[in-house]
Ligand binder design. Sequence first.
Ligand code: UDP
Length: 242
Amino acid sequence: MRILGIRVDEYDMQAALARLTKLLEQPGQKEAAQVVTINPEGVMLAKADPELQRIAEQAALVTADGTGILWAAEKLGKPLKERVTGIDLLEKLAEQAAKKGWKVYLLGAKPGIAEQAAAELCCRYPGLQIAGMENGYFRDREEAVIEAIRRTEADILFAALGMPFQEHWLYQHRKELGCRVSIGVGGSFDVLAGTVKRAPRLWQKLRLEWLWRLLSDPKRWRRYLAIPRFMQAVLREKKQLR
Ligand code: UDP
């Protein structure tokens, strides 16, 4: 479906996992199939950024990250079953990877965080193979980082670099990374490492995870300005559809 002209796939977690499993088991892939997990802020960014829009168009999968996307889909008459967030996808894929022997690479976050996230994942999913880790502040040694990722022959690359930088970067280097699937996962490593706490389940169920994040890090308030603009634009689109 489209929300304000931006692609969002009507996939629940199970369907997303099935699609990614197929890609991961497909032989002879030359470039990383990209997954974009999009929230209202991402939709507003993509509306103003033709390159980001193109990335979403060409991605292997664009999932609904954020209750704002569920709300919009409902308003536009195409309700989605559930959110498929970056962190949930990361956890489910890591679980599968441990069983299937897929190697994962963790790229992003502040120095030391990817290592802590990797330790947590290995503890939860014994047998998980971590191909490598690198922090997300590598602008001055980009070529070396790309080469290091390629050398590990990782199957899945999780990039926690923040949106939209991670989407642009993964797209730009999709042919050089040597992995099968790449996913932008925002602040997920911070959550796994325990430096940022995810909203409790009840808040998630009540669709209030966004409020939890705002309350736990009020410095992010500027980002939330995109939400009323997003809602207004969706309601306008709904009116036009009638
Ligand atoms: N980050 C990074 N490199 C950068 C900028 C940010 O690795 O150049 C990391 C940052 O440390 C944090 C994550 O990217 O771990 C962004 O988290 P955020 O919750 O802001 O993600 P978003 O909401 O943008 O998806």
